[in-house]
Write a protein that binds this ligand. Structure first.
Ligand SMILES: Cc1cc2nc3c(=O)[nH]c(=O)nc-3n(C[C@H](O)[C@H](O)[C@H](O)COP(=O)(O)OP(=O)(O)OC[C@H]3O[C@@H](n4cnc5c(N)ncnc54)[C@H](O)[C@@H]3O)c2cc1C
Length: 349
């Protein structure tokens, strides 16, 4: 699966134009100060107006069938506009992954077609208060509902923590412990017993919504069990780690460049010591150049891993982790350097 070069370029240009129009710097700063998730904007991006989510699904479900390379470029471009908004879009992508990789043909047709056509928002409900890095410790349970010896549904109970789009999603993929082991279920917004907490007050990516999601005896039909077989949940989650780590790597890359996008023009305008800071190597070779180089080194690894994923060389979980580590470290470093590059003006909001 891959887009042709022209379609990819047009998609990236459409995202940049949309952000320039709807998400100028002043709007980002205002939303950040108010800690507000611009849900209508994210819905417009995922809906008919921009249709970003189409990239993530195959053509048979009404999508565009983008490959890893396409998805990395889109994630980078979104993150370069704003990391919070990018997270809102990415959460749908992440939430649909269990269905894309583990769903039955009927489930894919049912849910992915709706995601493509209706631009629904999704949330990925894996983490719990006591199960973060160690998902095997999950406590959310899915109890079978049986009629005449046949499983007709499940009752899901438990708490999910740190869920992106948690308060706004139309559909939730929820990891729960069924009698046969950890399993993914698809839960619709509005299901009795499903609720969410207040948005977390985060240090960063404040234009994204992160909240607790609670399930109190939420009833789902048997066909909400992703793949139709219990106990596949952790395997299904692991199948996409290489891929999703690459997307987070692309977030580091895009966010790091967004920081340098601010520092570089500033350095050309700011006159200190008789000339622009951009002409002083003590400044550029500490605060700009090394970070641009590290970001681009991260990009090389992302691209190599994406190309290998598209060539179906395997799940590449380790390669995805290395790319994520290098690119997000470079992104963090670039953001810190950009704060220094703006002097006192970098320290204020
Ligand atoms: C903004 C945001 C959005 C998120 N969105 C989602 C989402 O949409 N869906 C979702 O399911 N989750 C989401 N998460 C949760 C995220 O995946 C978890 O925070 C992450 O898995 C870590 O879990 P934890 O926070 O419980 O930390 P812990 O697992 O408690 O870890 C605490 C610290 O200990 C370290 N650590 C943990 N285990 C070990 C070990 N064995 N050896 C050494 N060090 C260790 C960790 O690296 C970390 O530094 C989100 C989190 C944030 C902050």
């Amino acid at each position: 699966m891959a887009l042709d070069r022209e379609t990819l370029d047009l998609t990236l240009e459409a995202i940049r134009d949309f952000a320039k129009d709807k998400l100028p710097e002043a709007t980002i700063l205002d939303l950040d100060a108010r800690d507000e998730f611009p849900v209508e904007l994210v819905r417009a991006m995922c809906g008919a107006e921009l249709g970003v989510q189409l990239l993530f699904f195959g053509e048979e479900y009404g999508g565009m069938g983008g490959g890893s390379l396409d998805v990395y470029r889109v994630c980078e471009t979104l993150a370069r506009c704003d990391l919070g908004v990018a997270t809102g879009v990415f959460a749908t992508f992440l939430g649909s992954d269990p269905i894309v990789f583990g769903g039955t043909p009927e489930q894919k047709k049912r849910w992915l077609t709706r995601l493509a056509e209706e631009g629904l928002l999704m949330a990925y409900g894996a983490t719990e208060p006591e199960a973060g890095s160690d998902l095997g410790a999950l406590r959310t349970t899915a109890t079978r509902i049986e009629e005449d010896g046949r499983v007709v549904g499940y009752r899901i109970s438990g708490n999910k923590q740190w869920i992106s789009n948690g308060g706004f999603a139309d559909l939730y993929s929820v990891l729960a412990l069924a009698p046969g082991g950890p399993s993914w279920f698809v839960v619709e917004r509005g299901a009795p017993g499903l609720s969410w907490g207040k948005p977390e007050d985060k240090h960063g990516i404040r234009l994204s919504n992160t909240s607790e999601v609670s399930l109190a005896d939420v009833r789902v039909d048997a066909d909400a069990l992703v793949g139709g077989v219990e106990g596949q949940g952790l395997l299904q989650a692991q199948m996409v780690f290489g891929y999703t780590r690459l997307m987070v790597a692309a977030f580091g890359l895009g966010a790091g460049w967004a920081a340098l996008d601010r520092a570089i023009p500033y350095s050309a305008e700011r006159i200190q010591g008789g000339g622009p800071l951009s002409e002083k190597q003590g400044y550029t070779h500490k605060l700009i150049v090394p970070w641009a180089a590290r970001l681009e080194a991260g990009r090389s690894l992302i691209e190599e891993t994406a190309e290998r994923l598209d060539a179906e060389e395997g799940t590449l979980n380790t390669e995805g982790a290395v790319a994520k580590y290098l690119a997000t470290e470079a992104g963090n470093g670039a953001a810190d350097a950009a704060i220094q590059a703006l002097g006192g003006y970098g320290f204020t909001r």
